[in-house]
Write a protein that binds this ligand. Sequence first.
Ligand code: GLN
Length: 462
Amino acid sequence: MTNISEIQQQIKNTSARQVVESAIKLAKEKSEYNALLNLTEDRALLRADKIDAGLIGGKLAGVPFVVKDNFLAFGAPTTAASKMLENFDAPLQATAVEKLEAEGAICIGKANLDAFAHGGSTENSAFGPTKNAIDQTRVAGGSSGGSAVVTALDVVPFALGTDTGGSIRQPASFNGVVGVKPTYGTVSRYGVVAMASSTDTIGVLADCVTDAELVMSIMSGKDERDMTTLPDFFALQDKANPKQRIGLIKDFMANGVDPEVRQAINDYADRLRADGHTVELVDLPMVEYALAIYYIIVPAEISSNLARYDGIRYGHRAAGVKTLAELYGQTRDQGFETENKRRIMIGSYVLSSGFFDAYYLQAQKARTLLVNEFNQLFEKYDALIGPVAPTTAFRLGENITDPVRMYLNDIMTVPASLVGLPAISVPAGVSDAGLPIGVQLIGPRRSDAALLSLVRSLENKQ
Ligand code: GLN
């Protein structure tokens, strides 16, 4: 794995242009993975030349990275892996991308995802699935599958992703890289295609924790253009608190969880103990309802956020229609994937006047109970751990025809999303078949930096 400091050394020894050129070359050689939808080659090389000429500098001067293709970024269309936005050229860049560029980082391409980030395998992309970095017969995970795979294949040291219900953590786990989903509101979502506004977060997939920390510290902070951003709180911690109280979520270790996954988590718990922390089993009974809550609230927000794609303002417009209703209907039929449509229908249903109380309102109440359970645990514990997903990467096609089975894979990632908590996925082992297994650490709101320093303290002792 090549991390940021190694890349920086390479830039010193050669040039930013050479480093960017070799990243682009590697990206092309690995095209069979279908991890990238478009390269931003011309713009990347232009920026590299400016860095070599001393016109741009910064903490990440010349370091190549990739963005998930739901970030508005220059140099190639922003498709959200959908036919709806297939030819959409961004008029501006996402704040997160702007901040990285201000530090000299160079975006070399746009990564594949489930269309509009709806999914957990990157099989819902309008442009074909991404293959797992370790086993090409398996899924990359999702929805930030492309970002995870380019990082795991060492095309770039880090890639940006979005996590609404697990889309950074689960692909990170499936491909053996670090994935950070921050506290809700840590990074501005301005210029990122909206999925579910009450749980959408921006984060990073990286080779190592130190790189993830650096990137998060650059991207985080208040942004006037996103009113949900928190005032700056993200201050990196040199050293982790040496004696932490950690809860291992029992409800995440039940039957149905792959024994190899359970073993890897127990091993990680032992490593924490060996390092001086206490780890004990804790209950989070509301987990039983987490998927039901998530798959009511999130589709409700999706149906609302996707209403803007009407064929009038931007994006795809159906041809040869006679009436406005036909224009709306056919544009949306052609532009959305099956999973997008499924969520629009579920969302519209749970928000309809006859069912609003029974579903949406009830789900919001249950969400509050989940918030309370986490709050109670954080009175006693500094952090919680458990698996990221019940299994390692599943086979391509294995779950795609059964949406409920696909949703079940999200059981351990959606709770932190519904509550807005920071959650990190770090490599914790491999299965007998050689597939990566991630461990998830969840902390109280704004404990992002503390969580990262805790996992860094263990990473260095591997
Ligand atoms: N797999 C989850 C879903 O399908 C999470 C998606 C996400 O975080 N973008 O909703």
